[in-house]
Design a protein. Structure first.
Length: 232
């Protein structure tokens, strides 16, 4: 059994990271909503160890919410479970968690709800799309980093209201370099990206269309930028 006293899924490092980020950002006055809660692990973990104004779990699946309700009851934690899409029935939210759902789905939720409060985001997939949206929409990204869990990479975003962000072109894809350069997970992610694109090093572009040539050249540029990160 882990430190939370719960039987967690095999890939649970990201759950622990999300828990840590929420507890650093949240106060006792926060209404914390876990969007797309599925089994409800995170709100139950939070409720077992900390006291907040309210813990809310939403999901479009009533079946998933039943699992969350059962887990909360089993651990004597008060979690308000609501069947809805995104934040539609959680207008009082002051800290939103959106983890394990697509980056484009998170974008849609933010656009439809107009929510601009505190957020912990972990998109799967489309992290790059989400990052670009957050930057363009002036959501203040306080933390942006990658973790490796069970040989898969996940990006974590900690967002706190509105504010300008300063990202280079390569950082819009891989996240801030300076703050991550000592991270083993970040180095592993960069190396994995390089390995995926290694075939482009000596790629002959003469026999492909002009449009394809442009795409290949962009990827070759990205490959060069990735290599330079490891050289620093």
């Amino acid at each position: 059994m882990n430190k939370f006293g719960l039987k967690l899924p095999r890939a649970h490092k990201r759950l622990e990271v999300l828990f840590d980020e929420v507890t650093k950002l949240a106060t006792e006055q926060d209404v914390i909503t876990d969007v797309g809660t599925d089994h409800g692990y995170l709100p139950v973990m939070l409720g077992k160890f900390y006291k907040y104004k309210k813990l809310v779990a939403t999901d479009i699946s009533e079946k998933s919410l039943k699992k969350a309700q059962d887990l909360a009851q089993l651990n004597n934690v008060d979690v308000d479970c609501r069947v809805c899409d995104g934040l539609q029935k959680a207008k009082e939210t002051t800290l939103a968690i959106m983890a394990g759902i697509g980056g484009n789905e998170i974008i849609k939720i933010l656009q439809e709800s107009g929510y601009n409060g505190k957020m912990i985001l972990q998109p799967v997939p489309s992290a790059v799309d989400l990052r670009e949206f957050l930057i363009a929409s002036n959501y203040k990204i306080e933390k942006d980093y990658v973790i490796c869990d069970e040989k898969k990479f996940y990006f974590i975003f900690v967002v706190n209201g509105r504010g300008a962000n300063n990202y280079t072109d390569i950082e819009k894809i891989v996240g801030p370099v300076e703050s991550q350069k000592e991270s083993k997970d970040f180095v592993a992610f960069v190396k994995a990206q390089i390995n995926k694109l290694k075939f482009l090093e000596n790629f002959d572009i003469n026999n492909i269309t002009e449009l394809s040539q442009k795409e290949i050249k962009e990827k070759q540029k990205y490959l060069s930028q990735l290599k330079r990160i490891l050289e620093k």
